[in-house]
Ligand binder design. Sequence first.
Ligand code: NDP
Ligand SMILES: CC(C)CCC[C@@H](C)[C@H]1CC=C2C3=C(CC[C@@]21C)[C@@]1(C)CC[C@H](O)C(C)(C)[C@@H]1CC3
Length: 498
Amino acid sequence: MPPVKYQRGEMVMGRWPGSSLYYEVKVLGFDSKSESYTVIYKDGTELELMEQDIKSTAGFLSRSRSRSRSPGRRRSGSRSPSRTTRGSSRKSTALGAYFWLLFLPAWVLFMILQGDLEDPSLVNAPPPLPSLDSLWDYQSFGFVVLWIVFQALLYILPVGKLSEGMPLRTGERLKYRTNGFFALMVTALAVAIAVHEGVDLTYVYNNFLQLAVAAFLISVLLSCYCYGHSRNANSEQLALGGNSGNVAYDFFKGRELNPRIKNFDLKFFCEMRPGLIGWCLINFAMAVTEMKLHNLDSPSCSMILVNLFQLLYVLDGLWNEEAILTTMDLMHDGFGFMLAFGDLVWVPFTYTLQAFYLVNHPNPLSPPAAAAIVLLKLIGFYIFRKSNSEKNTFRKNPSDSKLSCMRTIPTATGKSLLTSGWWGVVRHPNYLGDLIMALSWSLPCGFSHILPWYYMIYFIILLVHRESRDMSECKRKYGSAWDEYCQTVPYRIIPWVY
Ligand SMILES: NC(=O)C1=CN([C@@H]2O[C@H](COP(=O)(O)OP(=O)(O)OC[C@H]3O[C@@H](n4cnc5c(N)ncnc54)[C@H](OP(=O)(O)O)[C@@H]3O)[C@@H](O)[C@H]2O)C=CC1
Ligand SMILES: CC(C)CCC[C@@H](C)[C@H]1CC=C2C3=C(CC[C@@]21C)[C@@]1(C)CC[C@H](O)C(C)(C)[C@@H]1CC3
């Protein structure tokens, strides 16, 4: 056996995988079987490196001093060592951010205006633009602020469990008040009382655009606040992806991983409360509007299905609120415009488009068609729930007795990867279940227009992109163990297809 060149605890220069950049790392150990060193970077990333990817610090520094930044502080897009490539990739990253900052709000505006048309066919696109002053309404803004404050009050109530998040780079675990289900129940009660007292929910349908504009303004203010807040954050509190140094890009992606006002976690709150619960309230308001507009005694079958399916999705998310703590957004993404806008505008005002569409575009369903759609929803829900629960239980306690018969692959980080159960079928079984459910949400709206299929199309793009992002992230984290997992489980989302 060759002698071990670098000793445990020694500071050396480690090559960042896939690049020719070297950073200062600490040697944690040597595995004689794979002949690789486990090293830890300054930002807490642990990787396995071969000897040829390591250089002694003394020899290296004399040659190049300037390359010793930790990867966490690297400019994004700087994987290539060449200056010109770095410059141009930073420029395109910034351009991309400007594009999304303009495109996303414009897209929501387009969808709402298009959905409002009597015939929302693409041949009638683009819809006429409303006047600027008709977009702003004090009352709508007031309602949105009230809604968020109400949800924030429910969130801080000392009711429900205090759950621990995944360990941060510092090893610290943040605490989260997981009382989302309670918040939904109290909100449902408050809405029931309001309707009983004569509050007219058709207001939501009639002022849908103004409410969306108000939520958009709040998301912009919130993103600005978070960007400012991140200026006081230390490097360990910053997300790995949102610190390129380019203002537009960092504003969009979010610099700080877990911005908090005392114990109030802005990312967790926004992702799980105002938008998600607002989605159910808006759907319900659409059902009420449909009844009023068409003089119905009850909402149409399609409207009931869309309402119940999406309500089940939100109920499930809030019931298993703790599981969000092991998702990519909570563990890795910064909180910036993308998530603030996504949570406060995108979710409540575009995920409700099917219900919004059905108000003026009824689609009668035969009982067998309705039964088939319900069955599809249940299959999707089963796969989604089982796979998310398997992963969450495993991440919380890998030796949980419920998982004793599961096969796993160990990784250098100490975490293992599940290779049986749903995670042995495809690499993202939770996405598969989610996509089947998305299909069941669009089917009740029929095939006359593409608008109610928008969610399905968007969701395929989102999840395919998320999957490849997660793949690179896992490859970075787990190295060869991830390759082994990919060989064992060759399909990404759909068995034998993709
Ligand atoms: N309705 C909507 O708009 C959206 C819904 N979603 C849903 O949210 C849920 C969460 O999604 P998301 O955060 O994207 O991804 P996942 O919940 O799938 O989390 C991915 C992480 O899981 C861990 N992991 C991957 N493979 C394995 C394995 N074999 N064994 C154990 N752990 C593994 C890795 O993290 P690590 O190893 O570090 O623990 C990986 O980074 C999904 O159900 C998705 O469908 C997502 C986006 C939008
Ligand atoms: C604006 C962009 C184009 C896209 C923004 C994406 C966000 C809207 C989504 C990113 C991950 C999400 C999750 C849920 C809602 C949508 C966002 C915020 C989720 C809370 C929905 C309910 C589920 O049960 C869940 C698993 C808890 C979801 C977690 C991810």
